[in-house]
Ligand binder design. Structure first.
Ligand code: 76U
Length: 470
């Protein structure tokens, strides 16, 4: 007689208990293949439960294929292969997969990877979102396969504001939205000539470098000089695609002057298969000088792919970035990625559109420019005072970080370990070197100030000093 342990005091439904126990018995091969199960009535009497409960359990087992039924004969156990021997053991996570708990212990941060959320106008953002929801915009419910490049009206807004603020020439048709620069680059490389040779600034944006490496792209590292990526080096190494951050070189902070921009564009126009990928990740933030128009705006040969993001100007967690493709690459995109569904959340796209169209975005940028500019100035003042002659600061008055080197015998790694102990989050330039022949023979750091409130600057600099010298 089949004996199951059914408890009426348990929160689990009776039928679930029957189902679970029978399933386990079947998987453990405690039944013979094709063995007949007790009839519903029989089992209900044995277990002292309703026929309905037994019926529901049998129906579920039937639906999942553990048992089969024969008309007027009853229910039989399906013949199943033996499942792996670990069945029935508890489900444990392999120790090397356990993710470290969020430290949260960094009371002070020099991270360059965030934006200041304390000054973000969340209420205004929420109002924009509310407006979008109230209008029950049809783009939210429409078939998302209709817009692989992103919602059209959102792209129209972005095209308009890029033209105004960055001198980027584009039709909405040329814009592709994506949930991050890496997502966009991953698509882009499939549109560019196969067997291309890529070149990147060194030090530079490793996350894209690694991506290209993973894709087995042929990739070369190019040194920088005072004006940014060296065009002489480009000519010597002879890549056909160059990835640059001209507006605020990452991480050194060099702003590429117009002379170098023209050289770079001329280089690109000299052969059919040459392209420049312009990563304009934080160009909204220039302090004391106007933003230099983009390379894309100067390009009349359709050689520049412009990439931008709202990660620095709004919040990194928004995950909305975009690229502006030359028209011949839009055609390719549609052939290649017409099937691909947009990766940016539709509600976030429409909220962003509203945020820009209502003027809130420009207001926010203006406000943040003031905050960041002051913070940057105070931080540099404090660093120069504290470190006297033993610090060199690099980078234009721009962005949300600058670079600093220190005269010390300590290595960058050592300094970071000490900083961590002192609850100071700090990133060295080592994360940005692509090749081994380093530009700086001293420890160099990326000092981000987006998450460093003015009142904590003094303490941050003290902790940094201790990590470097004491
Ligand atoms: C982004 C550069 C050079 C783009 C960046 C960043 O995906 O659009 C830096 C590090 O938010 P996304 O990427 C923006 N181009 O530096 C932003 N920086 C990264 C995220 F904070 C990390 O790993 O050192």
């Amino acid at each position: 007689m089949l004996s199951l342990n059914i408890r009426t005091d348990k929160r689990e439904f009776i039928y679930r208990q029957i189902y679970n126990q029978l399933k386990r018995e079947i998987l453990l091969h405690h039944f013979l293949p094709n063995e007949q199960l007790p009839s519903k009535r029989e089992l209900s009497e044995t277990l002292n439960v309703s026929v309905n409960s037994v019926n529901s359990a049998y129906q579920q087992l039937l639906a999942e294929g553990y048992i089969y039924s024969k008309e007027r004969s009853g229910f039989f156990v399906e013949k199943l292969d033996t499942i792996s021997p670990s069945f029935g053991t508890t489900h444990t996570l392999s120790p090397e997969l356990i993710e470290p708990a969020e430290s949260g212990g960094h009371l002070i941060s020099f991270s360059h990877m965030s934006a200041d959320r304390s000054a973000f106008p969340f209420d205004n953002w929420l109002n924009c979102e509310r407006k979008v929801l109230k209008l029950k915009n049809s783009d939210l419910s429409d078939d998302p396969t209709r817009f692989p490049q992103g919602i059209y009206s959102v792209r129209r807004t972005i095209a308009r504001f890029l033209s105004l603020t960055r001198g980027v020439n584009s039709f909405p048709e040329q814009i592709v939205l994506g949930s991050g620069t890496q997502v966009l680059v991953q698509m882009l490389i499939q549109l560019l000539p196969v067997s291309s040779t890529y070149a990147m600034e060194d030090p530079g944006y490793r996350r894209v470098y690694q991506l290209l490496k993973n894709q087995k792209a042929d990739i070369k590292e190019i040194k920088l000089d005072k004006k940014g990526i060296s065009v002489n080096e480009i000519k010597r190494i002879n890549p056909n695609i160059v990835y640059v951050t001209p507006s605020h070189q990452f991480p050194t902070g060099i702003v590429m002057p117009i002379s170098r921009r023209i050289q770079l564009l001329n280089w690109a126009s000299e052969a059919e298969n040459r392209y420049i990928i312009e990563d304009d990740y934080d160009s909204e933030f220039k302090y004391g000088f106007d933003t230099i128009p983009s390379l894309q705006g100067l390009d009349s040969f359709e050689r520049v792919i412009y990439i931008g993001t709202f990660s620095k100007s709004i919040l990194p967690g928004l995950r909305i970035s975009y690229m502006v493709l030359p028209q011949h690459l839009v055609k390719k995109f549609r052939e290649r990625f017409g099937f691909f569904m947009q990766t940016c959340n539709g509600l976030a796209q429409l909220t962003l559109q509203n945020f820009i169209d209502s003027g809130e975005y420009q207001k926010h940028i203006k406000h943040m420019r003031q905050i960041y500019s002051e913070r940057r100035m105070l931080l540099i003042e404090e660093l120069e005072k504290r470190f006297a002659g033993s610090i060199t600061i690099y980078g234009a008055k721009a962005g949300l970080h600058f670079m600093a080197t220190f005269e010390t015998k300590r290595s960058a790694e050592e300094i970071i370990i000490r900083a961590k102990k002192d609850k100071l989050e700090l990133y060295s330039l080592n994360r940005c070197y692509l090749s081994q022949d380093n530009l700086f023979n001293k420890p160099a750091f990326i000092l981000g100030f987006a998450n460093l409130p003015v009142e904590k600057i003094g303490e941050a600099v003290d902790r940094l000093y201790r990590a470097v010298f004491q």
